[in-house]
Design a protein around this ligand. Structure first.
Ligand code: SF4
Ligand code: SF4
Length: 383
């Protein structure tokens, strides 16, 4: 049975995200491995793996938790938004989007209780709230937050969280409301721009979960570069580098990993158990990571966003994440494929739309030659 109290001391360093389960068997195998390895947090949402009311990730997790529910901190969520930056105009209960009234939240919570086969969640998240407009929608009279507070007081869940891609300062504003005891945000080696929010949360007793800890898989599969640069520091590979970078950030509680196999649970927990860095080691690792950018001839984009807006409407930090993956981590074909696919459908992600005006370069604190990086990236599939 999980004890109650300071949530930061309850959650395990590795947490399980249930978004990638392809079927029930995967959920059962992975949850069993988590119990064995001491991973005690499972994060769900109505839309993950959704095929039908019977076949979806919440239902699979519900089956996987039969007989061991009390050993797991179970959290799920829903959103007044639509998964993106807008308010969800359409109420989609089966996916947990467009939840904008008390009655709608009751309906979606009831659905999750039924699917997860539990009458009580340990955590519940206000989900995909990425800006002030979406947060205001949640706080409107008779809306999401009012009902969530009522449900919490009635004992339907213990801890309230928020899941967001907002920038660091906006996240701190969200947390200052005092309503949230946990926050889930994007944070990894290629994008540590929310570090200040992580510190603020940790200093105020709020648990922080890092989503996307392996940068959508971009941080794995490059063992040679990692061994060459960090091998003498005893870092065995990219997973160890990525997860320990996250967990050594002051204020960070857990890395939320979308695992689907028992072997991933074993690998991730072993990577974390092997090395926990002190302040000095972390500093050296970050220095070397940055120098990899120098070795690649240009530098690493830290994703801070100070260069925005681009007159061409380009999402510069997002595009340069692909540049980091290809030129710094040298992920080759994998990085190019991923960039090419998104660039083909989103103008804002297409580096060939850069006119080399140089406006962004005057704002970049890292003095990056952004237009050269854009041009290099747009040519990368031909190299
Ligand atoms: S150089 Fe390219 S990316 Fe930078 S502001 Fe100009 S058009 Fe945008
Ligand atoms: S290009 Fe420079 S300013 Fe823009 S996100 Fe990257 S590091 Fe920050």
């Amino acid at each position: 049975m999980l004890r109650k109290g300071d949530i930061r001391e309850i959650l395990s360093p590795i947490a399980l995200g249930s978004m990638r389960f392809p079927h029930k068997e995967s959920a059962i195998e992975t949850v069993a491995a988590c119990l064995k390895a001491g991973v005690n947090y499972v994060d769900c949402s109505p839309v993950y793996g959704y095929l039908s009311e019977e076949e979806n990730s919440e239902s699979w997790v519900g089956e996987a938790l039969a007989g061991c529910r009390e050993a797991i901190f179970l959290s799920t969520k829903c959103s007044p938004g639509n998964g993106g930056l807008e308010i969800g105009e359409e109420f989609q209960p089966c996916k947990g989007f467009g939840v904008r009234s008390a009655e709608q939240l009751r309906q979606v919570m009831e659905q999750s209780r039924r699917r997860l086969k539990t009458d009580h969640f340990d955590g519940y998240h206000l989900w995909t709230v990425h800006n002030i407009t979406q947060m205001k929608e949640a706080y409107k009279p008779g809306g999401w937050m009012e009902e969530a507070r009522r449900a919490k007081a009635a004992g339907m869940f213990d801890y309230l969280g928020v899941t967001t891609h907002a920038d660091s300062a906006t996240i701190v504003e969200f947390l200052k409301t005092g309503d949230f005891e946990m926050v889930t945000l994007p944070y990894h080696l290629l994008d540590s721009t929310r570090e200040e929010a992580v510190r603020w949360a940790g200093a105020h007793g709020i648990a922080v979960l890092a989503m996307n800890p392996l940068a959508g898989g971009l941080l794995v599969g490059n063992a040679e570069t990692v061994t060459a640069v960090f091998g003498d520091m005893g870092i065995a590979g990219p997973v160890e580098l990525a997860l320990n970078f996250i967990l050594s950030t002051p204020g960070m509680t857990s890395a939320l990993c979308g695992m689907t196999l028992a072997s991933q649970v074993t690998d991730n927990t072993a990577a974390v158990a092997r090395s926990r860095w002190g302040k000095a080691e972390r500093k050296e690792i970050v220095r070397r990571f940055k120098s990899m950018g120098a070795d690649a001839g240009i530098g690493i984009c830290t994703g801070c966003g100070y260069c925005s807006p681009c007159p061409q409407g380009l999402n510069i930090p997002r595009i340069l994440r692909a540049h980091n993956a290809y030129y710094v981590l040298r992920l080759g074909e994998m990085a190019v494929q991923s960039y090419r696919k998104t660039a083909a459908r989103e103008e804002a992600y297409n580096a060939s739309n850069c006119l080399a005006c140089g406006v962004c370069e005057t704002r970049c604190p890292n003095s990056l030659p952004v237009s050269r990086m854009m041009s290099r990236l747009s040519r990368s599939d031909k190299e």
